[in-house]
Design a protein around this ligand. Structure first.
Ligand code: AMP
Length: 114
């Protein structure tokens, strides 16, 4: 398993603006925000891409989504709305190979995405 920049953030080897953490999940602000609110929710467990997740990871991936929705509610923008995105491999635009869920909010999102 390749070590990624997110593994370094989990180990506190490089800084990040962490907004939430528990035993299984870490969330921090994206270094290049694509919206006024742009937070990445990642599992501590290293899974390179969504293609590498299996049945045993189902609960963990569900927890990623619920951690994001809970945090959105706690920040007061859940009713206005937000977007969650998980990119997979080249065509999905994935650049960091440790699965992560983008939480984007604070502006009107458009569809289809770029
Ligand atoms: P993706 O393109 O879906 O793999 O998303 C990777 C995201 O990680 C991008 O939005 C980057 O801006 C973000 N990113 C890369 N390095 C860091 C970092 N050191 N701290 C916070 N976010 C980062």
């Amino acid at each position: 398993m390749t070590d990624t920049i997110f593994d370094k953030i989990i180990r506190r080897e490089i800084p990040a603006d962490i907004v939430y953490e528990d035993e299984e999940i870490l969330a921090f602000r994206d270094i290049a925000p694509a919206a006024p609110v742009h937070v990445l929710f990642i599992p501590r467990k290293a899974i390179a891409t969504l293609n590498d997740a299996n049945e045993a990871d189902a609960t963990l991936i569900g927890k990623l989504v619920l951690a994001a929705t809970r945090w959105a509610k706690s920040q007061g923008f859940a009713d206005d709305g937000y977007r969650v995105v998980m990119n997979c491999n080249k065509d999905g635009g994935q650049t960091v190979f440790h699965i992560h869920l983008h939480l984007l909010a604070g502006r009107q999102m458009h569809w289809p995405p770029g």
